[in-house]
Design a binder for this molecule. Structure first.
Ligand code: NAG
Ligand code: NAG
Ligand code: NAG
Ligand code: NAG
Length: 455
């Protein structure tokens, strides 16, 4: 079905009416007619692009399908070569990017086709600077990671006493404290109030539309906010100063039962991140309750996740927070994972949700596999966001010399994953043999148990 029909007569008429071919005016910025086409003058540059001096990383000459991590950090002039594949790059290039993305420059032979872009380094986000040295923030959302539709993130810093202004938003907010401590407070739709102090490793959650604020305590704070909407933007929140600036003062006066003159000294709106008076040490001094009382403990907006011990595993450790332990955050399920040097968060997928990942410390790599046969390997570092679509398999391998720490966040009522190793280990050997042609010796080593993080 053609939506438009092209008539030859109309096309010919359009050509006939077009301006005659322009004769190039003499202009020192342009070359002359003699440069067009065939090269009788034979003036081709004889720069030799084959005499490049470079070094290969130890595993770079192995068969490309082995795909071992290539540490380019000390390699002189790394090249896009894997086994028998690829060739040298005479330039132009940015060596800094190539060194930290060896699996982009020289991908494993098992990479194929094109998956989504599963990586966004927050170092490439534009930082929003707060007022008077009070802090900053930077975000990841679908503007920079178009396939990350389910969740978005904001990394925020508040210096001692700095505020994230009183506000609310359409999305729900889940957050983990990365460093330092802060006081968080909110009032719910029933007038119940909430106030608590949280420190490094603790989690909070504010449901959609619930107004809240955050103030750094004496040691300052940095936290990572995760929103249940990939299209979230920190620039589109409902700020207290804006709602006061955009309602008639006559109405505000009636609304709050005070004279119009009460609003003569309102600040310029959009405070966002700004300095404040230090929060009192005793939290009780800021505990305001009306007849509705405070938010019941079982529905509390904070969870002292830092005090939950992690489960020790062969290759690292894991701890989970999901609605089974933190019910108010009804769709947020997360795992905080530590992988020792050389360790591997095993190949797995999440059957019910995309995964939004934040790399807190160290470096690692992951291959995303998307059906039918696309696979891309990404190199991550602390400060990067990752994204793995629902049921797309992935692993995370520690490629550095310190512990790799990251957070996996799902939109799910409990945390779940399917392990490749457990799947094949828990399937009849005959079926696996018929399908994958593994030797009896290999089959005898498969395990029925989920290992989560292996070494
Ligand atoms: C917290 O910040 C301090 C000061 O910069 C730093 O020494 C420490 O390593 C940070 N902790 C984490 C977990 O990043
Ligand atoms: C705030 O006050 C209420 C009512 O007295 C009390 O139940 C609640 O525990 C207090 N909250 C804090 C954080 O102290
Ligand atoms: C299975 O592996 C054996 C070697 O162990 C090989 O001879 C045979 O051709 C393979 N079968 C298939 C179907 O690939
Ligand atoms: C592998 O094990 C199966 C079942 O025990 C057996 O029938 C088969 O002969 C074995 N194959 C080899 C190569 O040993």
């Amino acid at each position: 079905m053609f939506k438009e029909t092209f008539y030859l007569s109309a096309i010919l008429a359009a050509i006939a009416n077009a301006a005659p071919a322009a004769v190039a005016p003499s202009n020192p910025l342009r070359g002359g007619e003699g440069l067009i086409g065939y090269s009788p003058s034979n003036t081709i540059s004889n720069e030799n692009t084959e005499s490049i001096s470079y070094q290969l990383a130890p595993s770079q000459t192995q068969d490309a399908d082995i795909g071992a991590y290539l540490d380019f950090s000390t390699i002189d002039n790394p090249q896009p070569i894997r086994g028998s594949l690829g060739g040298t790059d005479p330039g132009p290039r940015n060596l800094n990017y190539d060194r930290i993305n060896p699996d982009k420059l020289a991908p494993p032979g098992t990479d194929s086709g094109a998956t989504i872009n599963a990586q966004w380094p927050l170092g490439l986000s534009h930082t929003k600077l707060g007022k008077s040295g009070a802090g900053w923030s930077r975000q990841e959302n679908i503007d920079v990671m178009p396939a990350a539709t389910l969740m978005a993130g904001v990394d925020m810093r508040l210096e001692a006493g700095g505020y994230r202004e009183l506000h609310w938003h359409v999305a729900s907010e889940w957050s983990i404290v990365l460093n330092g401590s802060c006081r968080i407070q909110a009032v719910n739709e029933d007038g119940q109030t909430f106030i608590d102090d949280v420190g490094k490793g603790d989690v909070w959650f504010f449901p959609a539309g619930i107004p809240h604020s955050i103030q750094a305590l004496d040691d300052g704070v940095e936290f990572m906010l995760v929103f249940d909407d990939g299209d979230f933007s920190e620039d589109n929140t409902f700020l207290a100063s804006e709602i006061f600036a955009h309602n008639p003062k006559e109405v505000l006066s009636k609304d709050l039962g005070v004279p119009v003159s009460a609003f003569q000294d309102l600040p310029e709106p959009n405070l966002f991140i700004f300095p404040g008076t230090p929060a009192p040490k005793d939290i009780e001094e800021q505990n305001v309750t009306g007849s509705a009382g405070s938010v019941p403990k079982a529905e509390s907006y904070s969870y002292h996740f830092s005090e939950q011990p992690a489960e020790e595993l062969e290759g690292g450790s894991v701890k989970i927070i999901d609605p089974l332990s933190f019910p108010i955050a009804k769709d947020f399920s997360a795992a905080l994972v530590t992988v020792k040097p050389g360790g591997l968060r095993e190949i797995h997928w999440h059957p019910t949700s995309d995964e939004w990942t934040f790399f807190i410390q160290g470096q690692g790599r992951a291959t995303v596999f998307t059906p039918p046969s696309d696979a891309t390997t990404f190199d991550f570092m602390g400060g990067d966001v990752g994204y793995f679509p629902q049921s797309n398999s992935h692993y995370i391998e520690n490629t550095g010399s310190e512990d790799l720490i990251f957070l996996e966040v799902l939109q799910a009522d409990h945390f779940s994953d399917v392990s490749l190793a457990q799947w094949v280990g828990s399937t009849s050997k005959q079926i696996i043999q018929d399908t994958l042609n593994l030797s009896n010796e290999t089959l005898s080593k498969l395990s029925t148990e989920k290992k989560t993080v292996v070494l």
